[in-house]
Design a protein around this ligand. Structure first.
Ligand SMILES: [Fe+2]
Length: 329
């Protein structure tokens, strides 16, 4: 997809050369009602997919408007007709804000929720929580957005890292090798969490007819093409990817460790965002990872919406980000 220029009216800055762009004065409420709303939201989708994550400060936006924006974003970016907004397997039936809004909160985290499994004997490296959203679903997320409305005076930053850039850091030989492989992702720990919290897991359709049941397991290509940019990205993550298939367990462990290290140890492929009240982040889960920071005691809470894209695929003729950008010049 090609950016048409409709967001050029707003000043913006790239937060790092690789990932992240922040806009000034762009309100979601305006995007939804502008005369050229579709054009602007399509341009926003292209910008998010190219820059990985976009930040819109101080949004006067209700959860229902976030839901509406997410629906338009995924539709205008060309998601399959069968893909809607995700219903998280841990979302309680009859949840206050509706099935498609996940409430992100430090209170839930204290009960052991989320990827850090604070109640279990797990790694104390903060980087254990790097992930892309819901990759355990056969049809995972294209876009996700999070608005933080309650936050501590300091702390609670979120980090994002670019999967395009990590692909570009592989040798050509390693890239070709990984392009022939798939990996298994799973979130079986959500079953334990649901049991402990006393909330039944959502086993019906979770935003796509292909996402249902209790297995919370999927197989995806290790290298994936983003259909909006046409760029290749590494698509395994610390949170949910357990096994690279078609190699021995030892080889899988070695490869996954190397790929996860590339994500967590390359701070020049990351952006770290300091939230202010009602800031909104929107990111592309197909080609980026993110990681929360649990360095605060005060209450922190927000609303998340997550749309579903296509079943992940690799187009062998697609290009790396650096190659594509060089060709543009
Ligand atoms: Fe997440």
């Amino acid at each position: 997809m090609v950016y048409s220029g409709s967001l050029d009216l707003y000043s913006s800055r790239d937060l790092t050369p690789i990932i992240g762009r922040e806009f000034d004065g762009l309100q979601v409420a305006y995007l939804l009602h502008a005369v050229n709303s579709d054009q602007m939201i399509r341009d926003l989708a292209v910008t998010i997919s190219e820059r990985g994550v976009v930040f819109l400060r101080a949004q006067a936006v209700l959860p229902a408007q976030m839901r509406a924006l997410c629906e338009k974003l995924t539709f205008l970016a060309g998601c399959p007709e069968s893909s809607g907004l995700h219903v998280h397997p841990l979302t309680e039936e009859g949840s206050e804000l509706g099935d498609q809004i996940s409430v992100i909160s430090s209170e839930k985290q204290k009960k052991g929720g989320g990827l850090t499994h604070q109640l279990s004997d797990t790694s104390r490296f903060a980087s254990v929580a790097w992930h892309a959203d819901i990759t355990f679903e056969p049809v995972p997320s294209d876009y996700a957005m999070l608005k933080i409305h309650t936050l501590p005076d300091t702390g609670g930053d979120t980090l994002w890292a670019s999967g395009y850039e990590i692909y570009d850091r592989l040798s050509p030989a390693m890239a070709v090798f990984l392009e022939g492989l798939t990996a298994t992702h799973d979130a079986k720990f959500f079953n334990d969490e649901a049991a402990r919290l006393g909330n039944p897991l959502r086993t019906g359709t979770r935003g796509s007819p292909l996402n249902h049941g209790v297995s919370l397991e999927a197989r995806h290509p290790v290298i994936r093409t983003n259909p909006v940019t046409g760029w290749k990205s590494v698509f395994v993550n610390k949170g949910f990817t357990r096994r690279i298939n078609g190699v021995t367990k030892d080889e899988s462990d070695l490869l996954l460790k190397h790929l996860f290290d590339l994500v967590t140890q390359n701070h020049d492929a990351q952006v770290r965002f300091k939230w202010s009240k009602n800031d909104l982040a929107i990111w592309d889960n197909r080609s980026n990872w993110h990681c929360a920071t649990f360095d605060y005691d005060a209450v922190r809470a927000g609303d998340r919406v997550c749309s579903l894209g296509e079943a992940p695929y690799l187009d062998l003729s697609s290009k790396s980000r650096r190659t594509a950008l060089q060709e543009r010049e």
